[in-house]
Ligand binder design. Sequence first.
Ligand SMILES: *[C@@H]1O[C@H](CO)[C@@H](O)[C@H](O)[C@H]1NC(C)=O
Ligand SMILES: *[C@@H]1O[C@H](CO)[C@@H](O)[C@H](O)[C@H]1NC(C)=O
Ligand SMILES: *[C@@H]1O[C@H](CO)[C@@H](O)[C@H](O)[C@H]1NC(C)=O
Ligand SMILES: *[C@@H]1O[C@H](CO)[C@@H](O)[C@H](O)[C@H]1NC(C)=O
Ligand SMILES: [Zn+2]
Length: 274
Amino acid sequence: MLPALLLSLLAGTTASPLPSRAPSLERSIAPRDLVAYTTDIQIHSSCNSTQTRMLQQGLKEAYEVASFARDYVRTNGANDTVFKTYFGTDSQAYPSVLGAWDALLSSNKQGVLLRCDDPDGNCVQPGWRGHWRGENGTSETVICDASYTDRLYNAAFCMGGFVLAETAPSLYWSVDLIHRLLHVPQVTYSAVNHYAANLGEVIELAEHNATLSPFDSDALQYFAAHVYALEVAGGGDRCIGAVGDHSHAAADASATTSAALACHTHSDGTKHCE
Ligand SMILES: *[C@@H]1O[C@H](CO)[C@@H](O)[C@H](O)[C@H]1NC(C)=O
Ligand SMILES: *[C@@H]1O[C@H](CO)[C@@H](O)[C@H](O)[C@H]1NC(C)=O
Ligand SMILES: *[C@@H]1O[C@H](CO)[C@@H](O)[C@H](O)[C@H]1NC(C)=O
Ligand SMILES: *[C@@H]1O[C@H](CO)[C@@H](O)[C@H](O)[C@H]1NC(C)=O
Ligand SMILES: [Zn+2]
């Protein structure tokens, strides 16, 4: 009975005459060439099987951390204490942050590529773990050999005395790859950028000048690491440390100490370390 009814309804829909405006409507919705869409990030043939497997795992974990951050924002909203710590209290913050994570997760990754050779010759520089290729390959990111020996997987979040307030979370593959993907123009159409140079500046931005906080790469990374460390890794306050306690000097000092560990060059040639 129901299937038959549905069938006749569907048939009725298909057969129903188009409204008189149909010709112009038809033109405006005429099929366009479909853009190929994927959320898969390519791994270049310069990566051997070990590197490929490690990057695949890292990317999976980057999506895990990003998905958790998005779900956390969606669920807990803009009045959440952790949210306000990183993104402030501007009325636009909620949809902006949600949008930034959604863009990272669901933007078209067609052509987005990680590679293991060193075509720009940057990996020889001490402390370099990788870099966005900028004008030499706008959708390409080089991952340097050093990454494979000292980046950690999510299972090690909060392990070994890691404290978010003192150590850049790019120590973890997931957060490092989130950072690198945010540099690829098509991921957020360049909306996300660097407006703060370290955790202290991220907190300052949220407190005093929050308009750009949802679009700050470090604010997004630190927020994601914070909620993942607390809610998924179960690291508690000990894993977070004195974030937002106005102990900026301490946070800044340690950020500087680890600065040499995570440098990369931006399209305008400026070197960025965290
Ligand atoms: C892949 O490359 C790395 C770094 O050059 C090397 O240490 C590793 O042994 C290689 N793995 C395989 C399976 O060839
Ligand atoms: C968020 O907090 C503000 C300020 O306390 C309050 O006015 C608003 O109603 C809260 N919004 C929600 C959705 O809880
Ligand atoms: C792009 O290539 C040029 C020439 O090889 C090089 O000098 C420059 O540093 C490269 N840019 C990046 C971001 O690596
Ligand atoms: C706030 O951010 C804008 C845009 O980056 C900048 O021009 C301005 O100087 C900042 N204001 C303060 C008080 O930091
Ligand atoms: Zn960067």
